[in-house]
Design a protein around this ligand. Structure first.
Ligand SMILES: Cc1cc2nc3c(=O)[nH]c(=O)nc-3n(C[C@H](O)[C@H](O)[C@H](O)COP(=O)(O)OP(=O)(O)OC[C@H]3O[C@@H](n4cnc5c(N)ncnc54)[C@H](O)[C@@H]3O)c2cc1C
Length: 615
């Protein structure tokens, strides 16, 4: 194998294997150790858990904290809030489960050294909003990672997991995973009794607003590469709500967060002419979604909708009115610090563009769509619910187990549970870790790895390097070869395809059945071409596999978007051929199951149960 001919095969036997060491992965690692004192708990991470995942550069707020000790909110209130924001479609059993455990997670974070701001008058955690508390969070991730490091038997950093392994005798049961070291090229085979997928969400599925030299600038982490979906989809796990991509309203070009501005600094938005515009679109929105528009707080997608309509009517840009708030030196400090702990790039961008929010109201824009399961959106794997709470239709195994035996999901990987954010993702990791230990303790015989699978996957994983090595001889200069496609070319083709056919920014988030059908044809061609992807080095090999996970995830997003014949979340995307929300036919979850052998997708509906009566 040319340059990497000396690579080794490293075998790791684990009881519990955690794939991804972000918030959910650290939670799963920590809790598996608590319930499984003698177990071998292994966490595998493609970066380094000290600074990996969406919380890598820190956060300024923990967005999911009930405050039950002060009777601020109860889990039932959280369920109602999340369901309301997602236009009625939430796995309320899973959300309730997060709500009842999340406070204890946050208390642990504080115990481990995370500075949480306190209200000087009440002594309680300082609230940014009803659900958010404020932190000095630059070192949030290293603090959480330390707990995982101390709990794990082994942490394997710099290993990109590419495939799951299935039991030799039962192809519907997880047996481990394979991947490669992105620095040395060593091939890794992990055998495990239970696997927790916690590999984060997906950016760069749709063409980003920032292209060319700005390409790395996205709202969700650019390294969130859809493995959390690509890995389980490939082995036939059912997925849910994959059409529910999220679009964020953020400060233009830097994607700086707006939450602290709205909630803490009490700023508001206006159109280019200084007018309030949201109320103008009330009737228009009501026409599309009925009385969902009257819910409080107004669902995130509907606020986007008003923004998009106002801009489409020629009254953009929309601006955040900061000039008044920034006259108060305390608020000015908070406004800047909010970026310095979380999105430094926004502060740098404003400095480079002569924007001082004390004197200029900064522009906002809507982002390209992202696929994730922990924000105001709930794409992910269809997971079994809590034993004491889930209705029978949602319970086929252990808590957070996917429809594949021994395969668990948490954080962005787990579907139907929005608004978990960082603390809820860690909490869900804890829930999944505990359930994985129970699953393992109850199991009879251990899963067995099929060595034929291992050999086949090893060849498949490194094939892009071989494609490059051979194909490179056909050209003398440049990057375009008749025999291979580079990962960046493949990615840009995918982004363009998703953008134009599945409702991205250039088509104002609009799609319809003919567009989706054509998009799926083009997707099939891209899939064929991706067998010929060429990787120049190990870095590019990682990009190649990230692309493959993104591509399969995108196909799933398209299939789900095609299946749901309504516009459930205007402001996230529109089905031009079904412009209205249709509760009679689509007050349900959408489920998909991919068959890797035939390439077919089976789609179905699943019921939504409300655990709390609506007023
Ligand atoms: C800009 C931004 C602002 C946010 N603001 C807030 C906020 O203010 N408050 C709040 O509470 N939450 C906030 N969040 C949300 C929070 O960060 C996420 O909800 C949370 O990180 C999701 O946890 P996760 O474990 O699912 O994913 P992540 O934390 O992203 O972890 C996924 C991990 O998997 C690894 N991985 C991926 N693929 C592979 C693979 N194939 N092999 C091995 N490892 C892999 C990644 O490197 C990463 O370490 C914000 C997120 C972003 C991006």
């Amino acid at each position: 194998m040319g340059l990497f001919g000396g690579k080794k095969t490293i075998r790791v036997n684990a009881d519990i294997l955690v794939v991804g060491g972000g918030m959910a992965g650290c939670g799963a690692t920590y809790e598996s150790r608590y319930w499984g004192r003698d177990l071998k708990v292994v966490c595998v991470e493609k970066a380094n858990i000290e600074r990996s995942g969406a919380v890598a550069q820190g956060l300024y707020a923990i967005n999911c904290y009930m405050g039950m000790q002060w009777n601020e909110n109860q889990p039932e209130d959280f369920v109602e809030y999340a369901s309301n924001d997602l236009m009625g479609l939430v796995r309320e059993d899973l959300a309730y489960d997060i709500g009842r455990h999340v406070d204890s997670t946050v208390h642990k974070f504080e115990e481990w050294g995370l500075p949480i701001m306190k209200d000087p008058e009440t002594g309680r955690y300082m609230r940014e909003g009803k659900w958010q508390i404020m932190i000095h969070g630059e070192s949030y991730k290293p603090i959480v990672a330390e707990a995982a490091r101390k709990a794990a038997s082994e942490i394997h950093n710099r290993i990109m997991v590419t495939h799951l392994l299935m039991d030799k005798r039962d192809r519907k049961r997880a047996a481990g995973a394979v991947g490669f070291n992105v620095r040395t090229g060593d091939f890794y085979v992990f055998k495990a009794k239970a696997v927790v997928i916690a590999a984060g969400g997906a950016s760069h599925i749709f063409k980003p607003r920032s292209v060319g030299e700005g390409m790395g600038r996205t709202w969700y982490a650019p390294w969130s590469s859809a493995s959390a979906y690509g890995l389980p989809i490939e082995v036939g796990a059912k997925m849910t709500q994959m059409e529910n991509r999220i679009v964020l309203t953020r400060f233009k070009d830097g994607y700086g967060p707006v939450g602290a501005y709205f909630l803490h600094l009490k700023t508001h938005t206006e159109n280019a002419y200084g007018d309030e515009y949201e109320s103008k679109w009330y009737d228009d929105t009501r026409e599309l979604v009925g009385d969902y528009v009257d819910r409080q707080p107004v669902p995130t997608c509907l606020r986007n909708h008003a923004f998009l309509r106002e801009v489409a009517n020629g009254r953009g840009p929309i601006r955040m009115v900061t000039k008044e708030a920034f006259q108060d030196p305390h608020k000015e400090t908070v406004g800047w610090e909010n970026f310095l702990g979380m999105t430094i790039g926004q502060a740098v961008l404003w400095a480079s563009q002569n924007i001082d929010p004390k004197h200029t109201n900064p522009e906002l824009t809507t982002s390209e769509p992202y696929v994730m399961g922990s924000h105001a959106t709930c794409s992910g794997a269809w997971a079994s619910g809590p034993e004491d709470y889930a209705p029978p239709e949602y319970r086929w195994g252990y808590n957070r187990m996917m429809t594949v035996d021994g395969l668990f999901g948490a954080g962005d990987a787990s579907g139907g549970t929005p608004h978990k954010f960082s603390s809820g993702s860690f909490t869900e990791g804890r829930i999944a870790g505990k359930a994985a230990v129970n699953y393992m303790n109850d199991m009879g015989d251990e899963p067995q790895i099929d060595e034929a699978d291992v050999m086949r996957l090893e060849a498949e994983i490194f094939q892009p390097m071989e494609n490059y090595r051979v194909g490179r001889n056909e050209i003398t200069a440049g990057t375009v070869s008749p025999s291979y496609i580079l990962p960046i070319h493949a990615l840009q083709r995918l982004e363009k395809l998703m953008d134009e056919y599945c409702g991205g920014i250039t088509v104002n988030y609009m799609t319809n059945e003919p567009l989706l059908m054509r998009g799926l044809e083009l997707m099939e061609m891209l899939k064929e071409d991706s067998d010929n992807i060429g990787a120049e080095d190990l870095h590019q090999l990682q990009r190649a596999w990230e692309f493959k996970h993104r591509r399969l995830t995108s196909e799933s997003v398209m299939q789900h978007t095609l299946f749901r014949k309504e516009t459930r979340w205007p402001g996230y995307y529109y089905r031009g051929d079904h412009m209205k929300l249709d509760d009679d036919n689509w007050h349900c979850f959408t489920l998909s199951q991919y068959d890797a052998e035939s390439g077919n997708w089976a789609m179905e509906k699943a019921p939504v149960f409300h655990i709390k009566e609506k007023d």
